[in-house]
Design a protein around this ligand. Structure first.
Ligand code: HEC
Length: 255
C-alpha cells in the first residue's frame, strides 16, 4: 500500500501538467501593487481624491456602469456639505410613481435617492455593449480579488493585442483581464476630465482617483473599522501591561 502511494505521488509530481495549453489562454497576470491611502491599520480615505474620483465616475463610467448601492446622502463622507449633496442629487432625474392617476413621472433626485442606472435593465445594458454586461460598480473593489489594484490595473492595462491573437469587433486586449479579452472600450484617456484642483489630468491619475472613490463606495466603514482595530490593540496592550504588573507583585515574595 505504502509503495503504491509513493508511486502515485511520484506520478502526480513528475507528470507534465496537461492543463498548460488551456491555461495559457486564460492565464491571469497579477496586478502590480499600488500604494493607497487606505492601506494598512491606520489607513484613511483621501477626501480630495474621492471627490475627483466621483467626477470621473459621473463623467465617464456612469455612461455604462450603475452604482445602485450608493445614495447621494452618503456623499457627505467625501467632505461635501448637505447643500452640496442636494445640488449634486438635483442634477439627476429619475422615474418615480405611480402618481394619483397611476402615471409614472420624472422628478429631480433627492439626497435620499440612489444613483440612477444608465440603462433600464440588464438586457438594455447588454444590447448597448456588444452583449457584455457592464457590472454595477458599487462593490467592485470587494468583488474582485485584490480589488483596488485590480481595477486600477484594468483601467490602465490596455495594450495592442499580440499578433497571433484575433479580436472580434468590440473586443479589446487588456493585460490584466482574465483571458486578456475585455468588452469595455478603453474608458480613460489624458485630459478627458477637467479637475478643479492642480492634480494631473492623465489616465493614471483618473484611474487612481476613481479607485479611491469606488473603494469608499464598497467599504464606507473602512475608517471606522480600522480605528476600532487600533483601539482594541491598544486596549489589549495596556491590559497585558497591567496583568504583567499584577503577576510580578503577586509572585514577588517567592523570590
Ligand atoms: C462604453 C461603456 C463603458 C464605460 C464608459 C466604462 N465601462 Fe467598464 N465595462 C464596460 C463593459 C461592457 C464591461 C464588461 C466587460 C467584459 O465583461 O468583458 C465593463 C467592465 C468593467 C469592469 C470589470 C472587469 C471585470 O473584472 O469583469 C470594471 C472594473 C470596469 N468596467 C470599470 C470601469 C470604470 C471605473 C469606468 C470609468 C472610468 C468604466 N468601467 C467605464 C463598459 C464600460
Amino acid at each position: 500500500m505504502k509503495k503504491f502511494s509513493l508511486i502515485l505521488l511520484a506520478t502526480v509530481l513528475l507528470s507534465p501538467l496537461p492543463m498548460n495549453a488551456a491555461q495559457a489562454s486564460t492565464e491571469t497576470v497579477h496586478p502590480p501593487k499600488q500604494s493607497w491611502s487606505f492601506d494598512g491599520p491606520f489607513g484613511t480615505f483621501d477626501r480630495e481624491a474621492m471627490q475627483r474620483g466621483l467626477k470621473v465616475y459621473r463623467e465617464v463610467c456612469a455612461a455604462c456602469h450603475s452604482l445602485k448601492r450608493v445614495a447621494f446622502r452618503n456623499l457627505t463622507d467625501l467632505g461635501y456639505s448637505e447643500d452640496q449633496v442636494k445640488t449634486i442629487a438635483a442634477e439627476y432625474s429619475l422615474t418615480d410613481g405611480p402618481d394619483e392617476e397611476g402615471e409614472m413621472f420624472e422628478r429631480a433626485a433627492l439626497p435620499s435617492d440612489y444613483f440612477p442606472s444608465p440603462y433600464a435593465n440588464d438586457n438594455a445594458a447588454k444590447s448597448a455593449n456588444n452583449n457584455a454586461l457592464p457590472p454595477d460598480l458599487s462593490l467592485i473593489t470587494k468583488a474582485r480579488h485584490d480589488g483596488p489594484n485590480y481595477v486600477y490595473a484594468i483601467l490602465t492595462g490596455y495594450e495592442d493585442a499580440p499578433s497571433d491573437m484575433d479580436l472580434l469587433d468590440g473586443q479589446y486586449y487588456n493585460e490584466y483581464m482574465p483571458g486578456h479579452v475585455i468588452a469595455m472600450p478603453p474608458p480613460l484617456s489624458d485630459d478627458m476630465v477637467a479637475y478643479e484642483d492642480e492634480s494631473l489630468q492623465i489616465r493614471e491619475q483618473y484611474a487612481r482617483d476613481v479607485v479611491q472613490f469606488l473603494h469608499w463606495a464598497a467599504e464606507p466603514n473602512l475608517e471606522a473599522r480600522k480605528h476600532t482595530g487600533v483601539k482594541v490593540l491598544l486596549f489589549l496592550f495596556a491590559f497585558a501591561l497591567i496583568f504583567y504588573g499584577i503577576k510580578k507583585r503577586t509572585w514577588a515574595d517567592l523570590h
